[in-house]
Design a protein around this ligand. Sequence first.
Ligand code: PMP
Length: 393
Amino acid sequence: MQIGERIPRIRAAGSDGWEIVYRARALVAAGEAVLNLTIGEPDRTTDPRVLTAMHEAAMAGLTGYTFGPGLPDLRRAIAARVTRRTGVETRPENVIVTPGGQAALFAAHMVLLSPGDTGLYVTPHYPTYPTTILATGADAAPVAASAEDGFQPRASALLDAQARTGARSLLINTPNNPTGVVYTADTVAQIAGACREADLWLISDEVYDTQIWEGTHHTPRALPGMVERTIIIGSMSKSHAMTGSRLGWLIAPEEVVQAATVLATNTTYGVVPYIQKGALAALELGAEFEDEIAAPFRRRRAIVQAAVADSPRVTTAPAAGAMYVMLDIRATGLSGETFARRLIEEERIAVMPGESFGAAAAGHLRVALTLPDEDLKEALRRIVAFAEALPGV
Ligand code: PMP
């Protein structure tokens, strides 16, 4: 018996960046110490106040099916939060709660694309972007943001890609995983302009919007003519250290929310109700709590920048947000893949090769800011020493 062609198509397009992750795991299992900078997961567990709210909700009987787009009070809270943070009037009817940002990304593309359509995504990219688009039966086409442009996408590249492919949608991500770059107001205006000109749906993944170290987070949904064509992807995973709870959302025009609700009815049946109550409690902890979760990443980003400041071989992309810094190691003459492979074998330090986020990140390494400060300092000191001991170009 043969499985259908959809999953093999996704698998073939999947990244092999996992090689380093698996190698690190195998070394640890064999009893070796590895400084692991690969994983984008907060190094703290979910706050006890949030867990208590989940427990109390479950004990009070919220253990049944939820159906539909989410509990009314959580949808209200998310809508109010989006309105407050972006200045764009957002109603509960514009919100669907999903099992993580991941499910919101899938739902958005399922709703907007038909088989045979093309969805664009900006690269360097979060590895599941092209595969999420492919999973809908559409084709996925990258639009490169170059290191020379500080990984800011340009309208001309977007319009060229749209003209070449006839794409219906564009997926962007700011603050960005893997680069740590935050799109400038000019970049967001260029993206919005390109979407209006080429009549594109815009899917804006803003799951790192509470992690801004420099400048401001700009959402394209707030620009003229964008509210009706923009879908925002949100998540509690990174902002509230709730990765395992699988709680995200999609903000969109009502018709899109209704369509995504039909999809949910046929896939997840909605999100666990006591988890939704936990999310509500987490949101009620306010901005102070979000700052507390973000603080270690802010500190560690400064640690990385200080560690490479005097290095002729290692520099950083302009890391203004998210829990990652992209190291530019092109001056060593090694690819990101070779560098990362040698680093795990010779130094027992695991980083993601830039190439696993697309060719536009070749010659780079992604460092996740998820190790304790002292370990991160030690890892960076050794990465820089390793780069400087190489023969170079
Ligand atoms: N978007 C980006 C850019 C991410 O990095 C991640 C998780 N690493 C997600 C979406 C999905 O996260 P979750 O499903 O946990 O909300």
